[in-house]
Design a protein around this ligand. Sequence first.
Ligand SMILES: C[S@@+](CC[C@H](N)C(=O)[O-])C[C@H]1O[C@@H](n2cnc3c(N)ncnc32)[C@H](O)[C@@H]1O
Length: 318
Amino acid sequence: MMNDKRGRDGKRFDKKDKAPSGGKRVGQFILGEKTAGRKFGKPKPTTNTSKPANHKPKPKRTPPAPAAATSWEHVAPWYDHLVGDEGSDYHRHVLLPATLRLLAPKSTDRILDLCCGQGVLCRALAERAGSVVGVDVSPSLIAAARERTSAANVRFDVADARRLAVPDGEAFDAAACVMALHDVDDLAGLSRSLAAALKPGGRAVVVIMHPCFRVPRQSSWGWDDDRKTQYRRTDRYLTPMNIPIATHPGSAPDEHTRFFHRPLSAVLTALGDAGLATAACEELTGHRQSEPGPRARAENRARQEIPIFLAIGVVKLP
Ligand SMILES: C[S@@+](CC[C@H](N)C(=O)[O-])C[C@H]1O[C@@H](n2cnc3c(N)ncnc32)[C@H](O)[C@@H]1O
């Protein structure tokens, strides 16, 4: 029940209360667990520790959680326009069909869309699920999501996917995180949030750029003239990388988002460490076709052979 607000320790609390973990309450969710924002480092040297007998230490305050530097807030109007009501080209032809196929929503399911952007998946889920909650750290994208979505069974909240805590009794049957895992700096935190949001046995689908074949700045198509073959080359793969992506390279070269490349082993291990066991996997190819021409056949074949997205279905271990 949405009105029965309980913290992770099971205690009831009201909206005005501080979240029981010491974090800040945002919508249904709790941000900033006790360690959030705390700076770790070497302990201070213990030189003069003598204090007057009547000294009372000042109560320590939990610093507010730092805003997610990876939020797409600064590019929200552009992204909202790009995706529109029903999704970008890739959403409509590849990403949403694969997510819905793997998620297999039931009419009774309560589903979470983690890093929902402007809510394109939530709208697709609305008529297939019992209820849907979309969460993103960008207030402008959440505002756009609310504006674009009329279904009564869909709700949107601003929250940080790296430290999402869902009150007891409000866990989800299923969840999705589409094209966002590589946009968040804390993979372990996001994986834990996803797991914490699910009921035991709950399922989730994570869709990402295929880490083996699509590494921004480090992978590309090439043409082998001798073999008349289009090939894919990957120059770097195993090293995790934090890569800036220009959203408007021509008109606004400084405007960028961040992409966190990790090898497949790192992604599956983080999900597994969080208690999410891989249950299904689809390697997704692009849907586009080349214009007729001497290379068209080879280009189309390469597109059908080399997957550019990866969809991973996981189940929360009991
Ligand atoms: C490429 S967009 C994908 C959005 C949506 N899933 C879609 O398919 O359109 C990545 C999203 O991740 C969100 N994001 C980045 N860091 C986040 C965080 N720490 N917590 C929640 N959302 C975050 C961004 O604001 C952005 O909306």
